[in-house]
Design a protein around this ligand. Structure first.
Ligand SMILES: CC(=O)SCCNC(=O)CCNC(=O)[C@H](O)C(C)(C)COP(=O)(O)OP(=O)(O)OC[C@H]1O[C@@H](n2cnc3c(N)ncnc32)[C@H](O)[C@@H]1OP(=O)(O)O
Length: 409
């Protein structure tokens, strides 16, 4: 088999994207969704694999800016639209695209690559670690009560058209980004994503709705959701399907949740993607009736290891020599001294004796501050070579906010 791997040409997008749709089951996307991804595709960063004129492999990358511990927002390649034709699987095409892509990301100067995986088992071999988790909830709002903080009654709620309210929501979102590692600063064109609402994907639910939280005329929060009506012999049992919710203070936050809990003719609230430390878990009367489930979120790969570890700050002072293995990107292999604190860090090559041994994948997992190196050591994935080095590094890497990505890409 001779296949050609090369950068996508603009005129090839339809065939390229068609291959991706086929790999995901073959149901064509709604026209507005397809058009959004067409506009957002960075053609010069997209790879295609071709066999006798047919597209058999796809992989794209977005030029993101990622929030990291300490509040900086740094360049990161957002790996996306990965597929291989069913006729060409398990022959190494994905591996060849990943190799080329990571090499391109390195040449372009981005220290990190990130992705959300269709299946979590695929990307570890390429050096990606699971850096964030996301929580889904299915809340019995007929039984669960909320205890809201002082000031909640002073928040004014206003129903708004989601598209008309986008700018106000985006202003709130932008203020949340540096506070929560894992969030992405919105790039031009991306504000269309949270209000994308194809009728064909509503499955009996309402069009997207939006409620704004306001104080003194300023927007201090928003929630976007749909309502799926449901009735049985006992009466109405509608479901509130929460898509996203952000707020700038606890009272606005609680007011939005209370609004969603109290919607007439509903008795359930579902949401697929909340941070695992979502304060709502501390507002509810009965966490068991919230059906909490957790899954992997953003997978993180340090591409240029030293530069990546220098972009963030560290919760406690750390000065540890890491012995890093990275067979897929061998330029990262070897010993690095990470030395930093809450103000900043340096990470440079060293000839000093190694104090912790681990692979780049563990550093990707720990990078955003949500996964403990101590826990990874418990699984045998980090080895302590100098007594005390594990506790020192583990405490330094951990953050006080669970990293989280609110949306897929
Ligand atoms: C960021 C994103 O876009 S996520 C979307 C990923 N795409 C999809 O899930 C669409 C459907 N699946 C596919 O298109 C393909 O099966 C892909 C892209 C997942 C894999 O492509 P392939 O060309 O078959 O992978 P390749 O041959 O390079 O396999 C490399 C290794 O990964 C393993 N692997 C591939 N897919 C999977 C999987 N789904 N689960 C576990 N391991 C996998 C292979 O077994 C192989 O392992 P080995 O080196 O030990 O033999």
């Amino acid at each position: 088999m001779t296949t050609e791997l090369r950068v996508l040409r603009q005129t090839e997008w339809d065939a390229w994207y068609g291959q991706l749709e086929l790999a995901f089951g073959g149901i064509p996307e709604a026209p507005e969704e397809r058009s959004l991804w067409n506009d957002l595709t960075e053609t010069e960063r997209s790879l295609g694999v071709w066999d006798d004129g047919a597209c058999v492999g796809t992989a794209g990358a977005f030029s993101f800016r990622l929030a990291v511990p300490g509040g900086s927002v740094v360049p990161a390649a957002g790996v996306t639209m990965v597929s291989v034709a069913s006729t060409h699987r398990r022959r190494g095409i994905l591996t060849s695209m990943m190799r080329r892509q990571l090499s391109d990301v390195r040449s372009g100067g981005e220290p990190l690559a990130v992705l959300t995986a269709s299946e979590p088992a695929i990307y570890g071999r390429f050096g990606y670690g699971i850096g964030t988790q996301q929580m889904s909830l299915d809340i019995d709002t007929a039984r669960v009560r909320l205890t809201v903080p002082e000031g909640t009654d002073g928040v004014r709620l206003r129903i708004s058209d989601p598209v008309a309210a986008v700018e106000r929501c985006e202003a709130v979102y932008a203020r949340r980004v540096p506070v929560r590692p894992g969030m992405l600063a919105r790039r031009p064109g991306w504000a269309r994503l949270p209000v994308l609402d194809p009728e064909s994907e509503r499955a009996g639910a309402s069009p997207l709705q939006c409620v704004l939280a306001e104080r003194d005329g300023e927007t201090v929060g928003y929630a976007r959701y749909a309502v799926k009506p449901d009735w049985d012999a006992e009466g109405p049992k509608g479901i509130v399907q929460l898509r996203d919710l952000e707020a700038l203070d606890p009272a606005a936050y609680a007011a939005l949740w209370r609004h969603l809990f109290d919607l007439d003719l509903t008795s359930r609230l579902t949401t697929r993607n909340r941070p695992v430390d979502d304060p709502v878990l501390h507002l509810v009367s009965d966490v068991r009736r919230c059906s909490v489930r957790v899954r992997d979120g953003l997978h993180v790969r340090p591409v240029e290891l030293g530069a990546a570890l220098e972009t963030r700050t560290y919760a406690r002072p750390v000065d540890v020599v890491l012995d890093v293995s990275d067979p897929f990107c061998p330029w990262n292999e070897g010993r690095w001294r990470i030395s930093g604190d809450a103000k900043g860090a340096s990470c440079e090559r060293t000839g000093d004796p190694a104090e912790l041994a681990l692979s780049v994948r563990e550093l990707g997992a720990a990078f955003l501050g949500g996964v403990s190196l101590g826990a990874l050591a418990g699984a045998g994935r980090v080895r302590e070579l100098r007594q005390g080095a594990l506790a020192e590094a583990s405490g330094a890497f951990l953050g006080d906010v669970a990293p989280w990505l609110p949306h897929g890409f």
